[in-house]
Design a protein around this ligand. Structure first.
Ligand code: EPU
Length: 429
């Protein structure tokens, strides 16, 4: 087990290249199950969630091979409808995409209930509603979801909650169903468009991805193809926030600026200078940052995944800023850790009220989930002295080479093995 150490106070300067989008990758890899021949996915991020999903493809009989750690070749020809009630599926939430993909391909799936970050209740009722509307029978037996269908028939499905996962999962299940499926009140995230692009390249007929009505005309077979993933807007947003907190002049490379409009607007309101070009952003903080309020919303609103890193930035800004997460109201576990580092944050009615500016102090802190980890790393960059962060398994699930990327920007950040005593303390905390 390792921990990250950050020595605060070193100014970030230079260029950082953004990797492929985690939340696309975790759907693209299972989507390959639906093809009858080889699928090649280019530009995948080098993160543990993607490796776990690739291993799950092997468990069901697929063969996978990597080129240069970024290009994944998947041959689905020998895949079978193997039940996956336990084991690796429990490691990450996105293994729920095996439900839609295996149902679409084999008309049946058995998948252990997903794990992933603890952000409060994360139901999958809308996924199940979609599968049932397509003609599947769904039962929950001892913590695993059993899904079976004699045949899948297109249906009109209205999502009661706008959900990224349910939208993608229903697309996966519907692309080979008979007839037309319409998903209403669909999520509009760029990752959904990316998955629809892969499926379309495989021969699927999908219209409207990126809007709130998606129409899918089922096709009998899907073939292999080559697809390049979109850049990770949340990883980009994390480095943009780090640059606003601790940077002088930072260039974010391989980014689609339109995917980050809500974040960029808020940063401009705070006094950060941002210049956009096709696939790069230049970020330079002003001398004095002014606090703002943020409220997370579904895309294109402010992303919940950036709320935690943004909270760290607000500790640097003058006045009071209120952070409200309407997607995951319990996504607040980073707050106690930031307080340990001297932040002035009150939680009232589910909102975090951040008063600044304060000088953060290095401390021993724990990443309780992926984006909390990012928030703490940024806190370490601006804190006095050394910050020690444990819980790296969360950070490694979603950020490729974070310490290396920050080191290249001039940060003093490194990993060390934890002692046995530290591991004991960590496990008991
Ligand atoms: N929801 C339901 N029922 C459902 C599905 C969702 O009530 O059947 C609720 C959720 O509880 C939540 C809201 O709807 O309040 C939105 O959930 P959504 O389904 O959109 O989330 P998700 O698909 O499970 C993905 C990302 C998350 C990201 C959310 C933002 C993946 C693998 N995960 O989760 O990413 O926070 O969308 O909507 O794509 C992360 O990257 O750190 C992360 C947690």
């Amino acid at each position: 087990m390792q921990k990250i150490l950050v020595e605060g106070g070193h100014v970030l300067n230079g260029k950082v290249r953004i990797s492929g989008a985690k939340n696309s990758a975790v759907a693209l890899v299972p989507a390959a199950i639906l093809a009858d021949s080889r699928v090649t996915l280019e530009g995948l991020p080098n993160i543990s969630d993607v490796y776990t999903l690739a291993q799950l493809l092997e468990e069901i009989g697929g063969s996978v091979s990597w080129d240069a750690g970024q290009t994944l070749h998947i041959n689905p020809e020998n895949m079978i409808s193997m039940p996956l009630p336990n084991g690796k599926v429990k490691k990450l939430r996105a293994s729920y995409y095996f439900m839609g993909a295996m149902l679409g391909k084999f008309k049946e799936a058995v998948i252990g209930l997903p794990g992933g970050c603890h952000l409060g209740p994360r139901p999958i009722d809308q996924h199940i509603k979609g599968f049932e509307a397509l003609g599947a029978e769904v039962t929950n037996e001892q913590g695993a979801i059993y899904i079976r269908a004699k045949e899948l028939i297109g249906a009109r499905i209205y999502l009661d909650v706008v959900s990224v996962g349910a939208t993608i999962n229903i697309m996966l299940a519907a692309v080979k169903a008979k007839g037309r499926t319409v998903i209403e009140n669909a999520a509009k995230e760029p990752e959904i468009i990316d998955v629809a692009t892969l499926l379309t390249n495989m021969g699927a007929k999908i219209k409207g991805a990126g809007t709130d009505v998606i129409r899918i005309d089922g096709v009998p077979t899907l073939h292999g193809c080559r697809h390049t993933i979109i850049p990770d807007r949340i990883e980009a947003g994390t480095y943009i926030i780090a640059a606003a907190a601790a940077g002088k002049e930072v260039v974010i490379d391989n980014v689609i600026p339109q995917h980050l409009e809500s974040l960029l607007a808020k940063l401009r309101e705070m006094g950060v200078t941002i210049k956009e070009s096709d696939d790069q952003l230049y970020v330079s903080p002003g001398k004095k940052l002014k606090s703002v309020d943020i409220k997370t919303l579904v895309y294109p609103g402010f992303p919940t995944d950036l709320q935690q890193p943004f909270t760290t930035l607000l500790t640097r800004a003058y006045d009071t800023g209120v952070v409200t997460d309407t997607i995951y109201s319990a996504r607040l576990k980073h707050i106690d850790e930031l307080r340990r580092m001297n932040a002035t944050i009150k939680v009232e009615g589910g909102s975090a009220i951040v008063t600044g500016p304060v000088e953060l102090e290095g401390a021993k802190v724990k990443a309780s989930d992926l984006r909390a980890g990012a928030a703490l790393v940024i806190a370490g960059l601006i804190a006095n002295g050394i910050t020690e962060i444990t819980g790296l398994e969360h950070i490694d699930r979603g950020y490729e080479n974070m310490t290396k990327k920050l080191t290249n920007l001039g940060a003093k950040i490194w990993r060390e093995n934890m002692t046995e005593e530290e591991i004991r303390q960590f496990q008991n905390s």
